[in-house]
Design a protein around this ligand. Structure first.
Ligand SMILES: Nc1nc2c(ncn2[C@@H]2O[C@H](COP(=O)(O)OP(=O)(O)OP(=O)(O)O)[C@@H](O)[C@H]2O)c(=O)[nH]1
Ligand SMILES: [Mg+2]
Length: 291
């Protein structure tokens, strides 16, 4: 059996740790085993005990105290320390697990994925030195559709991570339950304010940036319209960004995502080829009628 790793990335609070737990719970219910690898030196509590934990090597609190660094500088130091202590990592990865399917929970400071090469060096190590098949998830919260310029910013950060990491990446629009609740009008949730409907959401999940530019232009000073156009053109030219909807509290939604992750890595291909489970968008689109 091969070695597989899922790198769970995304901005702070986007639902990475919750998704890691939901994936493990879902896998266990199917009789599959996965191992949590905590890569966040500032993490506090986990629903599942990590099998590999960067905090066993270094803790952010100690670094901040001893090196007189703030949280962000401290985090970069922790990652550099990890990359300079590969013996530790090798020892952890060489520990025999009953299966080698790692769920890697990353910190929420996106500069780690977009501004530095630290995470891409880590990815290279896993794929080149340890023969892992790897898939990255990039989570963006559904409140990023509150307005089009914010959505562009989130989309560009997803794109930048894709380009930086150079591995198969699935972009995920997390906390979709808030969209459904928002539009019923019962909850003034994040998206209740924006008034997005399920059908509107499709525009964001499979973005047609040329349509979205009109909305962005309404909200920005005319001086920036050419810039809006240039950004959406870039997103469009690369045709790289689409989002899979996720409600981490919904078993079926987690199962659909896992099926796509398995497919991206051809998990279990030695046994039989897999097709991604049909993604049921109806649940989100039908919500238009739920008033
Ligand atoms: N409504 C809703 N809330 C969610 C969902 N997933 C996560 N949350 C909540 O979002 C908050 C942040 O979730 P985390 O899983 O800690 O997010 P994270 O990305 O690991 O955060 P950092 O590690 O700090 O970057 C928590 O209060 C979660 O309960 C979801 O699918 N729906
Ligand atoms: Mg977390």
């Amino acid at each position: 059996m091969g070695r597989y790793a899922v790198l769970v990335t995304g901005p702070a609070g986007s639902g990475k740790s919750t998704l890691c737990s939901s994936l493990i719970t879902h896998a266990q219910a199917q009789g599959r085993s996965m191992h949590l690898f905590n890569m966040d030196p500032a993490a506090e509590n986990f629903e599942y005990e990590p099998s590999i934990d960067i905090r066993d090597l270094i803790s952010l609190e100690d670094v901040m105290d001893e090196m007189q660094l703030g949280p962000n500088g401290g985090l970069v130091f922790c990652f550099e320390y990890l990359m300079n202590n590969l013996d530790w990592l090798e020892e952890q990865l060489n520990n025999a697990f009953e299966t080698d399917y790692l769920i890697i929970d990353c910190p929420g400071q996106i500069e780690l994925y977009t501004h530095t090469s630290l995470l891409s060096r880590f990815v290279n190590l896993l794929t080149q030195n340890f023969n892992y098949r790897l898939c990255a998830l990039y989570l963006l919260e559904s409140n990023f559709v509150d307005d089009a310029p914010k959505f562009f910013a989130g989309t560009l950060s997803a794109m930048s991570t894709m380009i930086n990491l150079e591995v198969a990446q699935i972009n995920v629009m997390s906390k979709m339950d808030l969209v459904k609740r928002g539009e019923t009008g019962e909850t003034k949730g994040l998206l209740g304010r924006a008034g997005r409907t399920g059908k509107d959401m499709d525009r964001f999940l499979e973005p047609d940036p040329l349509l979205l530019v009109g909305e962005a232009n309404q909200k920005t000073n005319p001086r920036f319209h050419a810039l809006n156009q240039a950004i959406v053109q870039l997103i469009d030219d690369f045709s790289m960004v689409s989002f899979m909807p996720l409600d981490a509290t919904d078993e079926e939604s987690v199962g659909a995502l896992l099926s796509h992750v398995d497919n991206a890595m051809q998990y279990g291909e030695d046994e039989e080829p897999k097709e991604p489970k049909d993604m049921d968008m109806g649940d989100f689109a039908d919500a238009d009628n739920e008033v």
